[in-house]
Ligand binder design. Structure first.
Ligand SMILES: *Cc1c(COP(=O)(O)O)cnc(C)c1O
Length: 232
């Protein structure tokens, strides 16, 4: 199926899930995850209505963003970093991304705050939380989350917008529900502690409807829009 048809289908499913959670489609931001996809597919998606693009590698995104700007300058899109960020890539990340979903340590937050200050930018960020014990996953632990939120909220060049998580992969997407609910409860707790948490970035191709039912405001969807990725 083509990108346009896929998007129609996803928007319909987003609207249905939003309604089941007492909200509307406009309460949910679709982040189209374009990692590994060539620029012509990205442009096709934007022409079909995509307004936010998600990339997981800084260098790949840098090339894509400059190609995008030189090829279709009349479309305004946001670029989000959804992947793990190493400090040696932080400068380019601040230069390139509207929202960084993957702040997971005090030292990374301090680096981003300093670099954003040097560029006279206010960098929008989410704090990534790790809710499983998989060694390969990134994110701040539940125990350390509130402390990191306190620190980030006090940094003048960062704007804390919310939380993000990547649950383990399950064949049955129903099994991710508890993780999404958990992040939602952590957000409620942070709000009770005085934090402004307006975004919950959770849900991917396999489970975005369940994430929305549990309170997601941002779903990161790649395969269901673009088809299978080829990493070769
Ligand atoms: C690749 C990726 C996605 C999209 O995954 P799909 O299953 O293709 O929708 C979402 N979030 C993150 C962090 C990713 O790396």
């Amino acid at each position: 199926m083509g990108i346009r048809k896929n998007l129609e289908n996803i928007h319909r499913r987003i609207a249905g899930a939003a309604e089941r959670s007492g909200r509307g489609a406009s309460d949910i931001t679709l982040v189209a995850v374009s990692k590994t996809m060539p620029i012509d597919r990205v442009i096709e998606a934007v022409k079909a209505g995509v307004m936010v693009l998600g990339e997981n590698r800084v260098q790949e995104a840098g090339e894509k963003i400059s190609d995008f700007k030189s090829q279709i300058s009349d479309y305004e899109v946001e670029w989000h970093l959804i992947g793990n960020l190493q400090k040696n890539k932080a400068k380019n990340a601040v230069r390139l991304f509207d929202l960084i979903h993957s702040v997971d340590s005090l030292s990374l937050a301090e680096t981003l705050n300093r670099l954003a200050g040097e560029m006279s930018k206010t960098q929008r960020v989410l704090v990534q939380v790790k809710l499983s014990d998989e060694p390969a996953k990134h994110g701040v632990s539940e125990d350390d989350c509130l402390r990191l939120l306190d620190s980030v909220a006090g940094m003048p060049n960062l704007q804390l917008e919310g939380l993000m998580t990547i649950p383990p992969f399950f064949d049955d997407p129903e099994d991710t529900r508890d993780y999404f609910r958990k992040l939602r409860l952590m957000a409620d707790h942070a709000v009770a502690e005085g934090h402004l948490i307006k975004e919950l970035s959770m849900g991917m191709s396999n489970d975005f409807e369940i994430a929305i039912e549990e309170g997601s405001t941002m779903v990161r969807v790649g395969t269901a829009i673009f088809g299978q990725r080829n990493y070769a």
